[in-house]
Design a protein around this ligand. Structure first.
Ligand code: URA
Length: 336
């Protein structure tokens, strides 16, 4: 016989689960996820009621899910840009402060010697599916002292008032990254939009609001994760970043990931996924499948801006994020 207190607690979690889904759903007014959440919650509530010996609740009307449309191409497949690879070892998380605006944790820590590459990473080699299109990166990564793991501050200082590509001419602020420098979960987007350019902080515009809801729905706060982009300066008119711009900026992204040493990377959209994986497979096929980036688990998923345009795809993105949540032992509705 089940404990009624436990059952009530579970019911509370179902409600919390639904609340998080609704928060996320609110943004774009899409219905697929809402319907899905309502169904899941009803099913779970139904089994809880059965456990409690109560009568089944009446099915709410108008919650039938329309057949999910076939995935539309989020973005046209494009050749993968050819930035230089990182030759740094995989290492456990290190203390490092974010720049320019550390949030939850702000302690600066000195660089630490890089531990030996993990055997998994060593045996898996480059972990990419497509041939190298660029020669190996010739020298140490930006901000990296040979043999040491950099801090985010060191990398930010190395970027300085960056003039390495043409995006510098139109930018108002360089957008480095934000969040917890000890984050185990890192989100990588494409590049700053208008709001991000104005504020110098990634994902603070409309797509950022949706990303924040996605993060919260996963049971995290923005302060617990780290968020950055492939390119650090806004492409004019929000056009796609060009290969030379990605090539100029990507070493800094790779250095950030070396500094962060996360447990999981979520690649948001085509540019993040294809750049990090060096795989030109369309995001519609990359998404939802675990990959590895330098020995770190990487989950490609749709970009929030795409989800704003195509809210019916949110369900798929939520499925992807739930796979990530499992790694962290988080259930939909868990509050830790
Ligand atoms: N889109 C991105 O890819 N990054 C941002 O920071 C904002 C919008």
């Amino acid at each position: 016989m089940s404990d009624p207190h436990e059952s009530a607690e579970e019911l509370g979690e179902v409600v919390e689960d639904l609340r998080r889904h609704l928060l996320w759903q609110e943004e774009a007014g899409g219905r697929a996820l809402l319907v899905d959440a309502a169904k899941q919650a009803a099913e779970r509530a139904g089994s809880l009621r059965a456990m409690l010996g109560a009568r089944p609740a009446k099915a709410p009307s108008g919650t039938e899910s329309p057949a999910a449309p076939e995935p539309a191409a989020a973005v046209a497949p494009e050749p993968t840009p050819a930035p230089p690879p990182v030759s740094r070892p995989v290492a456990p998380p290190v203390s490092a402060s974010s720049a320019p605006a550390p949030r939850a944790v702000s302690s600066e820590a000195p660089s630490r010697p890089a531990p030996a590459r993990s055997s998994a990473a060593a045996s898996s080699g480059m972990l990419i599916d497509v041939p190298q299109q660029a020669p190996p990166y010739p020298g140490p990564l930006p901000g990296v002292v040979e043999g040491e793991i950099p801090t985010l501050d060191q990398i930010r200082r190395e970027l300085g008032d960056c003039r390495r590509c043409k995006l510098c001419t139109g930018r108002k602020n360089l957008v480095f990254g934000v969040g917890n420098p000890r984050a185990e979960l890192v989100f990588v987007g494409e590049g700053p939009g208008e709001q991000e350019d104005l504020q110098g902080v990634p994902f603070v515009g409309p797509a950022g609001e949706l990303l924040t809801k996605m993060i919260q729905a996963m049971g995290f706060t923005r302060d617990q994760v780290y968020i950055c982009n492939v390119v650090k300066c806004r492409p004019p008119g929000n056009r796609n970043p060009e290969p030379d711009e990605i090539a100029a900026c990507e070493p800094f992204l790779r250095a950030q990931l070396v500094a962060l040493q996360p447990k999981v990377i979520v690649a948001l959209g085509k540019f993040a996924a294809q750049t990090l994986l060096r795989d030109s497979t369309p995001i519609t096929r990359l998404r939802g499948n675990w990959r590895e980036y330098q020995g770190v688990k990487l989950m490609p998923t749709f970009h929030p801006a795409y989800l704003l345009r195509s809210p019916h795809e949110k369900k798929k993105a939520w499925d992807d994020l739930q796979q990530v949540m499992k790694i962290f032992g988080k259930q939909p509705g868990s509050r830790s």
